[in-house]
Ligand binder design. Structure first.
Ligand code: ADP
Ligand code: MG
Length: 606
């Protein structure tokens, strides 16, 4: 069968994928699927593409071209060494490198491709992309929108009509699109964005912060030296990425400057909090675009069924937090956000080639993992607060670190209790291990302890506690997490089936409704189980929340056609339901869900 490549030709990075064994897979070289969209010439005039070209950008900008995607479709040329090239030609070089990488990985020629473009690209930008493909020796069988590709990755065969919001924050551009999927057809209802907002801006802010602090400290402006600037730019980008999984990081560059003939080193600690304060105004701008996209699509937040995160910069935890709270629902980033578009392009390519494509398989943690801390719960101090460290649905392997503080002065030891589950109260979750870090420094509270979780693909969880001031370390390794996850899911399923049967037997074995009594069987989500199950296992709660989530989507759809009064009543109920979900109160979720169902039923009927 012929090969059709799926290509994400990005502003910052590009990737190539194909469908193999019914699933999209990325093609990598040396294990890295990401090719920076950068083209250059080395001092001897030889062509550089990808990482090598990117590495020389700051030092030799006159021999390097980046972000060419911004110029696609324009009648311009860019200089490269002593020649000049059209945007199509530069893009063709990137595409040609991807084609060769694919052929090497597959061991056979590849002549056709599906290439993605932003939803806002106009005809001439799309035409230029097609031409770039042809210059690279590829027949472009289809150009598809990036958000469409992301939707295809998550849901190759959606069971029913769904509305998805795709939030794509890459290196240099941001866009948000609302897509509607029905019978395998993805339609983009609206798309908004900012073509000069992305991870590069975060790097710039961090760069400015570090250089001005360095100047205050040493009286040297690193921005004045090309070499220092170049080193600092890569250092801050790496630091920024680390801050996505660590609460604090140190930027270290030896001999970055010279003073009075002596070398000066850079060693600066940056906390995630400081970094988030820097970038928050930029992320707030993305929320404005989001509002515009929702308005254009004539939709309310609760009418969105799923939120997909795309683009490397969405790995930033603050993005998850801001979006989750703005839209009142969890966001999806189970599929590596910078690879999802290329995978979707491959899914589309597979569909064109007539290959059966299944869902993307990713290893994720099915439960949240975290530790028990003292904190405030529902307004009261509690010693059973659950502090999540690795959120559920995080792709594996995963490493996350959080910072905690002792609460008592001169506290010599701290007990680290590790739980899995979604309850805010650890008594709702399962204890998977515990240990004590002893010999903490003799200091008043708060004394900071870093707790790091490493969960690998084999389900081995390594928990490391480090006293920040002294570097004192204690570690525990918990094996068989996957086994535990499976057992818990199994127990959850058992409990659910049991409770269904409880109700069934209570009703009497006969499923027949007694004739003539007018009695009807109760239906809906009120079956079985009481709060007592909750203490043992929260799978019922999770199911109720999932059902409530679907109900909110459904309610949003009928609401648009309802009278203002009815719509207002429904809005009120939905607000109550969301609050019950936030409180994770199973009883309330069930009670209010039933009310919402009645109203929806009534409105649908009219
Ligand atoms: P594009 O779509 O613009 O080609 P990508 O989707 O590949 O770009 O995103 C690239 C951006 O994502 C860069 O700014 C990069 O620094 C950023 N990025 C990559 N990994 C992380 C991470 N772990 N945390 C924060 N930002 C990241
Ligand atoms: Mg992209």
């Amino acid at each position: 069968m012929e090969v059709i490549l799926g290509i994400d030709l990005g502003t910052t990075n590009s990737e190539v994928a194909v469908v193999q064994g019914g699933r999209p897979i990325l093609l990598s070289d040396d294990g890295d699927p990401i090719v920076p969209s950068v083209v250059g010439l080395d001092p001897a005039g030889r062509l550089l593409v990808g990482r090598a070209a990117r590495n020389q950008f700051v030092m030799s900008p006159e021999r390097t071209v980046r972000s060419i995607k911004r110029k696609m479709g324009q009648d311009v040329t860019v200089p490269l060494g002593d020649q000049s090239f059209t945007p199509q030609e530069i893009s063709a070089i990137v595409l040609r490198a991807l084609k060769e990488r694919a052929e090497k990985a597959l061991g056979r020629p590849a002549a056709k491709a599906v290439i993605t473009v932003p939803a806002f690209f106009n005809e001439s930008q799309r035409e230029a992309t097609r031409e770039a493909g042809e210059l690279a020796g590829l027949e472009v069988v289809r150009i598809i929108n990036e958000p469409t590709a992301a939707v295809l990755t998550y849901d190759p065969h959606p069971p029913e009509m769904e509305r998805l919001l795709v939030y794509d924050l890459g290196g240099g551009t941001f866009d948000v699109s609302i897509a509607q999927v029905e019978q395998g057809v993805v339609e983009i209802l609206s798309s908004h964005g900012d073509t000069s907002l992305g991870g590069d801006d975060f790097d710039q802010l961090l760069f400015d912060l570090v250089s001005s602090r360095f100047e205050t400290e040493h009286g040297i402006d690193l921005r004045g030296s090309l070499v220092a600037r170049s080193r600092l730019f890569s250092a801050v980008e790496e630091a920024k990425k680390r801050l996505s999984s660590e609460p604090v990081t140190v930027i270290e560059e030896a001999f970055i400057a010279e003073k009075d003939g002596m070398p000066v080193n850079l060693s600066m600690e940056i906390t995630r909090e400081e970094y988030e304060r820097l970038i928050e105004p930029l992320l707030t701008r993305t929320l404005k675009c989001l509002d515009d996209a929702m308005e254009d699509a004539h939709l309310q937040a609760q009418q969105i069924d799923k939120v997909l995160l795309v683009g490397g910069a969405t790995r930033t935890p603050l993005v998850h937090r801001l979006l989750g709270s703005r839209l009142g629902r969890p966001v999806h980033s189970e599929i590596e956000p910078d690879l999802a578009v290329a995978m979707g392009a491959a899914v589309q390519a597979g569909l064109i080639a007539g290959i059966e494509v299944g869902a993307v398989l990713v290893d994720i943690t099915p439960y949240t993992l975290g530790i028990e801390v003292l904190g405030v719960q529902a307004g009261f101090e509690s010693e059973y607060c659950f502090s999540p460290i690795i959120e559920r649905n995080t792709p594996l392997p995963a490493t996350r670190t959080e910072i905690y503080s002792t609460t008592a002065d001169y506290q010599k030891e701290a007990r680290i209790r590790i739980f899995q589950g979604e309850g805010e109260d650890t008594r709702l979750n399962a204890l998977v291990g515990e240990f004590i870090i002893q010999g903490l420094a003799d200091v008043p509270a708060p004394n900071q302890v870093l707790v790091r979780f490493d969960l690998d693909l084999n389900g081995i969880l390594r928990v490391t506690a480090t006293e920040r001031a002294t570097g004192l370390v204690r570690q525990v390794v918990i094996d068989n997490m996957m086994e535990r996850f499976r057992k818990r899911m199994h127990a959850g399923a058992l409990a659910r089936i049991e409770s269904l049967f409880d109700e069934w037997s209570e009703r009497g074995e006969s499923q027949e409704t007694p004739e003539g009594t007018g009695e009807v069987l109760e239906s809906g989500p009120m079956v079985g189980g009481g709060p007592s199950h909750l203490a043992e296992d929260d799978s019922e709660l999770r199911d109720a929340i999932r059902e409530a989530d679907a109900l909110i989507g459904k309610a949003g759809r009928v609401e648009s056609g309802a009278h203002a009064d009815d719509a207002a009543e429904l809005q009120g109920l939905l607000a109550d339901l969301r609050s019950a979900m936030a409180r994770r109160s199973l009883d309330d979720i069930r009670r209010i869900s039933a009310e919402v169902e009645n109203v929806v039923f009534y409105l649908e009927d009219r």
